[in-house]
Unconditional design. Structure first.
Length: 263
């Protein structure tokens, strides 16, 4: 199959557990692009969580942020596409998080607002290269559209929160984990797959000519959309079950291994 596009998740996929892009994976990206293949980072991270990697910025490609809630051109930081949460939904999710006393991270205008500043929210901010801004009540947040909300808690609590919130959020909201301790909420009209379809249309590329990599539940739509969906060895079992191929782990350059196998 002549692949024309490669889309990949970052955390747990292209990045190792030290949050670095290995030299081997960088070489594989360049190898694919030298063959004319379009490379697209697709992540739940904010835009700053992508642009903090000089290697990715140097590629000057389109990138998917916020699980598909935004597409940005890394050449000039132009926002190509944005699909935020509806007002009633973001208020419900934030109020529920405050009631449950969990760590709430809210993205508005590419700024991060958190209901508390602690080790967890500081760590989350550092992943995205931003400093959290404190809020105590929903009314204190800017009135502009909310791109994404994330709850950060223990893995055990996140499992419980996921099961309950899947029942209570409106049909306009998708909630899923991007890491075992992260529960994310975003507009149901967005997903990595829908964002990838938007980019594929721009390049006139068929889904069957796309290779996609991932490890978490928020990657499953993208892996299903692509002609070749590749799960990492460290992926969740349900992700592996839906994948066409399972490569090595993110710590063993699984991305590079699959690129060289299929490109």
């Amino acid at each position: 199959m002549p692949y024309q596009m490669i889309a990949t998740d970052l955390d747990g996929t292209l990045l190792d557990d030290n949050k670095q892009i290995s030299k081997e994976n960088q070489k594989a990206v360049c190898y694919a692009m030298d063959k004319g293949i379009v490379f697209v980072p697709c992540t739940g991270r904010a835009v700053q969580g992508i642009t903090r990697f000089p290697f990715l910025v140097s590629l000057q490609t389109l990138a998917v942020a916020y699980n598909g809630g935004m597409i940005v051109n890394l050449r000039n930081n132009e926002i190509v596409y944005h699909c935020p949460l509806q007002k009633a939904d973001d208020e419900f999710i934030i109020q529920a998080g405050l009631t449950l006393d969990t760590n709430i991270c809210v993205w508005i205008d590419n700024r991060l607002y958190c209901n508390r500043i602690n080790a967890q929210t500081l760590k989350y901010g550092s992943i995205n290269g931003v400093q959290p801004l404190l809020f105590h009540e929903y009314a204190e947040l800017p009135e502009n559209a909310v791109t994404k909300i994330l709850w950060y808690d223990t893995e055990e609590k996140i499992v419980g929160y996921t099961q309950s919130m899947e029942k209570f959020v409106s049909e306009n909201v998708t909630c899923c984990t991007s890491m075992p301790c992260f529960l994310e909420f975003f507009n149901s009209r967005t997903s990595k797959a829908l964002a990838l379809a938007h980019i594929a249309d721009r390049y006139h590329i068929s889904p069957k000519n796309i290779m996609a990599f991932g490890d978490e539940k928020n990657d499953m739509s993208m892996l299903a959309f692509a002609g070749m969906g590749i799960a990492m060895a460290n992926a969740r079992d349900e992700v592996k079950e839906k994948a066409d191929f399972i490569t090595l782990s993110n710590n063993r350059n699984g991305f590079a291994q699959a690129v060289y196998r299929f490109v």
